[in-house]
Design a binder for this molecule. Structure first.
Ligand code: ADP
Length: 178
């Protein structure tokens, strides 16, 4: 079965999928944006479980249970903070950020596969507080997810969960919707 890639405008904490991905920070102890929303919706049990994980490196991913969420698991990944400038020639720094962002998607899907997860929702990792240019991040996200799912994988459905309509439009264009 060919995996289904979809874009959707939604609050990721509300989605009934096997796993949602959290754009966490390296401490895994909660923060703003989508991270804060996930911790609020999952309840204090999530923070307690995260404390035992001992943090997470940029580009890596670690799983917990979903607690009060509809999703069974939360896969916490730490995106790179954008340091580059979108309108200048590609510098070494920019490439490193691209590589680390791609790694977030790849490692999250590996963790999902290890948990035998079928459906996963991703937020637009690094595009909020971490400042990664949205279009560039979406291109990396879609390309990496497509590449990973070409291999044999338990994941058959990926939702790119967009919080705003501009991000939704970017993903729809990349996925060939409309
Ligand atoms: P980062 O620190 O990785 O940039 P943010 O949480 O600041 O993470 O933002 C990542 C993306 O998640 C942004 O596009 C933001 O609009 C989006 N976002 C924020 N809250 C939610 C939510 N409840 N559901 C889905 N996406 C969200």
């Amino acid at each position: 079965m060919k995996p289904l890639l979809q874009a959707m405008q939604a609050d990721i904490t509300k989605l009934a999928v096997d796993a949602i991905v959290n754009a966490a920070n390296a401490s895994l102890l909660g923060g703003g944006g989508v991270d804060g929303a996930i911790h609020r919706a999952a309840g204090p049990e999530l923070l307690a479980e995260c404390r035992a994980l001992g943090g997470c490196a940029t580009g890596e991913a670690k799983a917990t249970r979903g607690h009060h969420l509809r999703a069974k698991y939360v896969i916490h990944t730490v995106g790179p903070v954008w340091q580059g400038r979108a309108n200048t020639a590609l510098s070494v720094g920019d490439r490193e950020e691209d590589r680390l962002l791609a790694s977030c998607y790849r490692r999250s899907l590996q963790v999902a596969n290890d948990l035998r997860v079928v459906s996963v929702a991703f937020p637009a990792i690094s595009t909020g507080i971490y400042g990664f240019p949205r279009k560039r991040a979406a291109r990396i996200a879609v390309a990496e997810v497509r590449a990973v799912l070409r291999e044999n994988h338990t994941v058959k459905q990926v939702i790119f969960c967009c919080f705003d309509s501009d991000t939704l439009r970017i993903y729809e264009e990349l996925l060939g919707v409309h």
